[in-house]
Design a protein around this ligand. Structure first.
Ligand code: BGC
Length: 330
């Protein structure tokens, strides 16, 4: 009798576990790239996305600054803890490849957000089309400099794909103009280095006409350096992201334009999609987002950008509200 009871109980447990891919609670992990307001927005979006789902828990991690090794070891420890899904913004796409493979083999769903690792086998990338976004930044620079002058590029990574693609897109827009890139500075997402790099550029190139700030740290750091050198408004700054700090500097006229990404949306969608992958299965989740017919490396859910200038601030705010993105920064 006891035997039959146990059998019935275990069969019903098994059938629950294998109903489609349904498994609740679902535990997902987010791994960002550095401590910054930008990543705080991704985190908020991810937690909000999870809150709206039944039984979805989020673990969140960001290293203080760019740290490939710690990103990989964190991913490995999430795998060891047996989470159901992981969203990572890899600072080096090559370095996370084997961890992604291990996770997938164990049935853990892995997607990238903010920056991609297309050859890792990850199931999907959620974020900006970085080459195109860099191209848009370049077009604005060309317009503002009337097609000539020296420009320095300040970035926070030489390995992350988003940084590489933003620089490529930017250079593509400069083709055929008389704008030259004098140097590329890397701060590895360290605030103090971002400032000292911008200062070094102003010192080394007294006739510098523009800064291209590739990461969220860079626009405000270039702005500070330019202000300290008494060149506010004289050296054009075109950068990325729209945190409270950026918006203030745009209002002041120190930053000329910024390519605003949608970090909150990246986080929100990451939760929703990972949850769908876990509970409904990968094919069904991909189909929902019309990604099922694309080759793996091309699966990209574009979260969109807005090029924001002082004149466009209020329409930008409205667009965020229309998208359901909180605008606490304003
Ligand atoms: C990038 C992130 C980066 C952040 C802070 C953003 O523009 O998309 O990859 O971590 O800036 O540096």
């Amino acid at each position: 009798m006891l035997f039959w009871c146990l059998l019935v109980v275990s069969i019903s447990c098994l059938s629950l576990a294998f109903q489609g891919e349904r498994r609740v609670p679902v535990t997902i992990a987010g791994i960002g790239k550095s401590i910054h307001a930008y990543w705080r927005e991704v985190e908020l979006g991810m937690k909000k996305g999870a809150q709206e789902l039944k039984g979805c828990q989020v673990h969140w991690f960001v290293p203080p600054k760019e740290d490939v090794r710690v990103q990989v070891s964190t991913m490995e420890s999430f795998i060891a803890r047996g989470v159901d899904g992981i969203a990572i913004g890899p600072s080096n796409p090559e370095a996370i490849k084997s961890a992604v493979q291990v996770a997938l083999k164990r049935g853990i769903k892995v997607i990238t957000f903010d920056t991609d690792a297309p050859d890792s086998g990850r199931l999907l990338y959620v974020g900006t089309d970085n080459e195109r976004a860099g191209f848009e930044a370049g077009k604005v620079m060309v317009q503002l400099l009337k097609g000539e002058g020296k420009v320095a590029i300040c970035t926070g990574s030489l390995t992350a794909l988003n940084s590489i693609q933003r620089m490529e897109g930017f250079r593509r827009a400069l083709k055929g103009t008389k704008i030259t890139v004098v140097e590329v500075y890397n701060d590895r997402e360290d605030r103090a280095s971002a400032l000292s790099n911008a200062q070094a550029a102003l010192q080394k190139y007294p006739d510098l006409k523009g800064f291209y700030g590739v990461y969220a740290f860079n626009g405000p750091a270039c702005a500070e350096a330019v202000k300290m050198a008494g060149k506010a408004g004289k050296v054009v700054i075109v950068c990325f992201d729209a945190t409270a700090e950026h918006l203030k500097l745009i209002r002041e006229g120190v930053i000329s334009a910024t390519v605003a990404q949608r970090p909150y949306r990246m986080g929100y969608l990451a939760s929703q999609i990972l949850y769908q992958m876990v509970t409904e299965g990968v094919p069904s989740a991909l189909k929902k987002w019309k990604m099922d017919r694309l080759p793996i490396e091309k699966r990209h859910l574009d979260t969109g950008i807005d090029v924001v200038t002082k004149e466009g601030l209020s329409s930008y705010r409205k667009r965020l509200l229309d998208l359901g993105i909180p605008v606490e920064n304003w």
